[in-house]
Design a protein around this ligand. Sequence first.
Ligand code: LLP
Length: 420
Amino acid sequence: MHHFQYKKSELYCEEIPVSEVVLEVGTPLYLYSHATLRQHFRAFDDAFAGVKHLTCFSMKSNSNLAILRLFILEGGGVDIVSGGELYRALKAGVEPGKIVFSGVGKQVEDLEYALKSDVLLFNVESTQEILRLNDVAGAMGKKARVAIRINPDVDPKTHPYVSTGLKENKFGIDISEAPEQYTAAAGMKNLKVCGVSCHIGSQLTQVSPFVDALGKLMQMIKKLEEAGIRIDYLDLGGGLGITYDKEDPPHPSEYAKAIKDELKMTDMTLILEPGRVIMGNAGILVTKVLYTKSIKDNLFFIVDAAMNDLIRPSLYDSYHGIQSVKKSGRGTVTADIVGPICESGDFFAKGREVESFEPGELLAIMSAGAYGFSMSSNYNSRPRACEVMVRKDRFYVIRARESYEDLIRGEVIPDFLIQE
Ligand code: LLP
């Protein structure tokens, strides 16, 4: 069931016309469908029924408190990568026992905060981090549960910026060095080594790289267990892709099917860190056409959202569908959809066939729920967009549009610059 659909010529989110939400809150606007989010979470989580598992939503894809809350109510945990994400997760009410802490550059304060909060697992990524975590835990009189993040050197066959499991990537510890790191960590007083983690990349559209990575990890785990190191948690990270354009990624159930058998025989708890597959197609960015113009043969639709709101096209050359919020029936044209920011990289689509828009009309940038708002910024001093969740025939503002005051919060002009 799709929850962004046309009824006659109007785009609806669940039971509300998108234009009706815009009348109340304006544009640019992130709009999420509650039913879609829940359906995606359940489809993913249910796919792993039959194996002991914990679905830890990767909150870097979208860290709005209301969205986290929704997944908490579904029994989910979260994957965090910073103290700030831990703060948000705890504010939303995530149980610390369902939080896994990943990331290559955890700071001492973050480690302390996570130890104090008693998170489930630290996914450590380097020898120095292992030593530091042992020190910090020792100073606090605590024992940290640790998984070593393994770089299995598997090609995820995705965009180079979001590929993380190749030996040239900065992530994890090389699988060939892992056994000695495990032995060293297992001998440290303030660590309880109990997990293996891995995340090979994002927007994967095939199952085989996951299966390859799992195969390598299982071999390693066997060796570790022979050496007396017991592994209770296997964290396979996130990475399952979605359809932005013509991609045909596996359904979560296919992904689960491909890896479940290996795991049924073991007593380990499987941890998964999905982000995009749950969020991506559950949200759209709604924007208004400000101007239309032609330069030579190029037609431009200048809209009020920009690369500060959704940076994926500029950063990765990513495809996002563009749809009319009200179909005008005017016929299509080929155009560039661009924002108001003073950079040529500020675009959402280039040379795209879309309906011919007039100023004041609305368009929806599709598949924007993941890595949309969470990667937004205030570049060009643009207040960040409003976020709204739709549930059936009602909508809820889950993050107010920023104000000009928000823009300067924390800034100070020193006395010597203030002249009488
Ligand atoms: N776990 C770890 C350790 C990760 O680094 C990531 C994503 C995930 C889980 C979630 O991956 P997902 O299921 O969403 O693929 N900004 C980029 C994506 C960067 C992904 C970074 N890591 C984009 O907009 O495409």
